[in-house]
Design a protein around this ligand. Structure first.
Ligand SMILES: [Ca+2]
Length: 194
């Protein structure tokens, strides 16, 4: 009987030990994951020869997103920046990079076709103030024009970013995620052109 009890005790120890090791491995896999996001175009490009400027950075205008990361456990997906809502009903609906894993956050809005860009508008969550970024437009992956974030704390930042032909607008951040200002929270990016 004693031998049987000892065997049971060892079995319990082995099962608990294996469970603990698997839990630790699962936890390490979770915290080391970097949620890169690459979306697909779900709409057609606007026609060429438009008579008026439009917001080209919209899901419904064929735009798509490439983000270095997002805070996936809080569901701050980058698609929120091209959904057309600049003041959404929930603060969930903003892009936030993943502080745990992303040392150099970037967000690219790919346009459905090369376009004339006159202006870019960035809508920040005004509760947070990080503006340490370079905003650029590119064609075929080559930067055409770049400007720096204003450093002001306005919720709405406007850039006269004249690009004759570009198919991408991107923000590259230089951040310290542990600083008091190290919060990147963006509701929307508008790319005005035709
Ligand atoms: Ca939005």
């Amino acid at each position: 009987m004693d031998n049987l009890e000892r065997l049971d005790a060892w079995l319990v120890r082995i099962i608990v030990g294996v469970y603990a090791v698997l839990s630790l491995l699962g936890f390490l896999a979770f915290v080391s994951t970097k949620a890169v996001s690459l979306t697909q175009a779900v709409a057609e490009a606007p026609p060429t020869g438009l008579e008026e400027d439009v917001n080209l950075a919209l899901l419904e205008n064929g735009a798509w997103i490439e983000a270095s990361s997002y805070a996936y456990h809080y569901i701050h997906h980058p698609l929120f920046v091209i959904d057309g809502l600049t003041s959404p009903p929930s603060t969930k609906e903003q892009w936030v990079p993943d502080k745990r894993s992303d040392e150099a956050p970037s967000l690219a809005v790919h346009l459905a076709r090369p376009s004339l860009i006159r202006e870019v508008v960035v809508y920040h969550d005004p509760r947070y103030t990080d503006r340490s970024y370079i905003l650029s437009c590119s064609l075929g992956g080559e930067a055409v024009t770049s400007v720096s974030g204003s450093g002001r704390r306005d919720a709405r930042e406007t850039f006269d970013l004249a690009c004759e032909s570009a198919d991408e607008v991107r923000l590259d951040f230089d951040w310290n995620p542990d600083s008091s200002g190290g919060h990147i929270r963006i509701y929307e990016i508008m790319v005005i052109g035709r």
